[in-house]
Design a protein around this ligand. Structure first.
Ligand code: ADP
Ligand code: F6P
Length: 319
């Protein structure tokens, strides 16, 4: 291929810029022309193509978010939207597309390939909710941001002898809550994959009090409930003062960690290598610490297994 395009779609994630930078610089280095598409799949429909050069991606490796902007685009689920996208890609002389995003965006990439336009997906979402890859771009940075917030809240909970419920993102996946709960020393971790009853939560907090704990942290995944609702329920069941914090969009931005920059770079280069060989319909990921790729449909259809062993370990070490 002589000309390729790259876009970011769905929720932004730290590390997306590292992937864009790698696609642009590796692609140009291999003699290709590279176009950026603004505002994700919407930009394909709106013909928002911009030619990229080596300097277009200067000074971005350390920046969170995405320089190409991102969007959610309902029109892309329609045949008409997809046809418009293909027409614009062809009008701009583009032969292959790289989509950086989550499983929704991958369905967009799959639709492009089905219509004869080779497309590759790179996993970019803080949720780490894709089964085919051990890791999605942004997860590590988001974990570190959440841990920083937990540390700060812990200081206050400990000083005032209170319990704090901290609600974190993740959509229907409990990975952010699990890893941050364990590494933040939470007494209780509540995830959609392992729901707890109020009785179980009260019992765990009571057990901690009996062992001399005077404060506590509960990490709640957004897919398992709302911090304010849980606070109201717990308030009437314990003599401890309960506080709640929803971290919200604080978790999604920020300068990418080393891991997100490293993997963004490796995923970007791998995706360009596939297009160089004329291969489409693949998603890039990491398995057993090796960068690899697999069929989009097979990858998206895989069901993510919850790490029950890790969840149990977190419970044991928080007593
Ligand atoms: P993510 O990529 O992070 O999972 P979304 O689920 O919001 O984020 O999906 C991003 C975009 O992908 C959607 O706004 C839509 O444009 C596109 N998309 C989602 N599902 C499909 C589908 N079945 N077919 C085509 N495009 C889709
Ligand atoms: O997919 C990333 C994510 O941050 C989820 O964790 C969260 O549920 C969702 O996006 C929030 O979306 P928005 O920023 O559109 O409110």
């Amino acid at each position: 291929m002589k000309k390729i395009a790259v876009l970011t779609s769905g929720g932004d994630a730290p590390g997306m810029n590292a992937a864009i930078r790698a696609v642009v610089r590796y692609g140009i280095g291999m003699g290709m022309e590279v176009m950026g598409v603004e505002r994700g799949l919407q930009g394909l429909i709106d013909n928002a193509f911009i030619p990229m050069n080596m300097r277009s991606v200067s000074d971005i490796i350390h920046r969170g978010g995405t320089i190409l902007k991102t969007a959610r685009c309902p029109e892309f689920k329609t045949e008409e939207g997809q046809q418009k996208a293909i027409a614009n890609l062809r009008k701009n002389g583009v032969e292959g597309l790289i989509v950086i995003g989550g499983d929704g965006s991958f369905m967009g990439a799959k639709a492009m390939t089905d219509r004869g336009f080779p497309s590759i997906g790179i996993p970019g979402t803080i949720d780490n909710d894709l089964a085919y890859t051990e890791y999605t771009l942004g997860f590590d940075t988001a974990c570190n941001t959440i841990l920083d917030a937990i540390n700060k809240i812990r200081d206050t909970m400990s000083s005032h002898e209170r319990v704090s419920i901290i609600e974190v993102m993740g959509r229907n996946c409990g990975d952010l809550a699990l890893y941050c709960g364990m590494c933040g020393g939470a007494e209780v971790i509540i995830v959609p994959e392992h729901p707890l009853t109020i009785d179980e939560i009260v019992e765990t907090l009571g057990g901690g009090q009996a062992h001399g704990k005077t404060s506590g942290i509960i990490v709640l995944a957004e897919g398992a409930g709302h911090a304010d609702d849980l606070k109201a329920e717990l308030g009437s069941r314990t003599d401890m003062t309960i506080k709640s914090t929803k971290l919200g969009h604080l978790q999604r931005g920020g300068s990418p960690s080393c891991r997100d920059r490293y993997l963004g770079t490796c995923f970007g280069v791998h995706a360009v290598k596939l297009l160089q060989k004329g291969i489409g319909n693949r998603i890039v990921g990491i398995k057993n610490n090796k960068i690899y790729d697999m069929d989009i449909i097979e990858g998206v259809a895989m069901k993510k297994n919850f790490d029950t062993e890790l969840y149990e370990t977190a419970q044991i070490v928080s007593r």
